[in-house]
Design a protein around this ligand. Structure first.
Ligand SMILES: NC(=O)c1ccc[n+]([C@@H]2O[C@H](COP(=O)([O-])OP(=O)(O)OC[C@H]3O[C@@H](n4cnc5c(N)ncnc54)[C@H](O)[C@@H]3O)[C@@H](O)[C@H]2O)c1
Length: 252
């Protein structure tokens, strides 16, 4: 299927590692100009340099999305450089685990500042370019924990922020549809990345695996494949939805 993504400008937050990096690589392979936006400047630089070396168009931007002024500054830099933004993938996120009763209230601020506020800052910063073009694709990385109120690693607080992402996705789709912008979310189950590797014990991983009808964890390419489709004009009539990529875990 030709996705017609050549020369589209795509900003991927959290693009220096894990799911975001897989999406960056997939978009670059389709011919997009990719902006690897991440708070880890060194890692973003490395991903962009490796892509540029293999002939792709990739640029790193260091930015902590939880800081509104930093996001404004980063998107101003992007606007000066590319003039256009066709695709925004909001993949930057942080995990929190453990019983709510044991968590300091500061943990709510830390996690929601990135997963909810930071995502919203990036959307707001991308809207002017997208409405100017009359075209845009926003793809938010939520989580199946949004539908379950947390999941197998005791992540009630995290799941709550991701449920906010699902609600934001619907509301933004309604607001931005008339400007030619679609907004969708992808809800992965457990994927093998630094985020989950740090949080999952071998026992928790085995327990989660036992509940997945398709018998394996989500791979980052499962998520990148769907992101490519949602970023393309092939998905031009899909908006406001959250699509699980979970091997069927939500059925169990
Ligand atoms: N890994 C999973 O099992 C899983 C499952 C469901 C949803 N998700 C979601 O997918 C997204 C990516 O997760 P991952 O597993 O690839 O994580 P990861 O930790 O492997 O990578 C996250 C990247 O985001 C960057 N980042 C974190 N906070 C940032 C901030 N404030 N500003 C800019 N960059 C920031 C990190 O530096 C890192 O490069 C997250 O939103 C996560 O909640 C992950």
């Amino acid at each position: 299927m030709d996705l017609n993504l050549k020369d589209r400008v795509a900003v991927v937050t959290g693009g220096a590692a894990g799911i975001g990096e897989a999406i960056v690589r997939a978009l670059a392979a389709e011919g997009c100009v990719v902006i690897v936006l991440d708070r880890d400047a060194a890692a973003a630089g490395k991903v962009a340099a490796a892509l540029a070396e293999s002939g792709h168009q990739a640029h790193p931007i260091a930015c902590d999305i939880g800081v509104a002024a930093a996001v404004t500054n980063a998107f101003n830099q992007i606007a000066n450089h590319t003039k256009r933004i066709h695709i925004l993938v909001n993949a930057a996120g942080v995990l929190s685990t453990g019983p709510i009763a044991d968590l300091p209230v500061t943990e709510w601020h830390r996690v929601s500042q990135v997963n909810l506020a930071g995502l919203l800052f990036c959307v707001k910063a991308a809207i002017p370019a997208m409405t100017g073009q009359g075209h845009g694709r926003i793809i938010n990385i939520a989580s199946v924990s949004a539908m379950r109120g947390g999941g197998s690693v005791g992540n009630t607080l995290y799941g709550t922020t991701k449920a906010g992402v699902v609600a934001l996705t619907m509301g933004l789709a309604r607001e931005l549809g008339p400007s030619g912008i679609t907004v969708n979310a992808i809800a992965p189950a457990i994927a093998d990345t630094a985020m989950t590797n740090a949080a999952l014990t071998t026992e928790a991983r085995q327990k989660a695996l036992a509940r997945i009808p398709l018998g394996r964890l989500t791979s980052v390419s499962d998520i990148a494949d769907l992101a490519l489709f949602l970023a393309s004009d092939r998905a031009s009539f899909i908006t406001g939805t959250t699509i699980p990529v979970d091997g069927g875990i939500l059925t169990t």
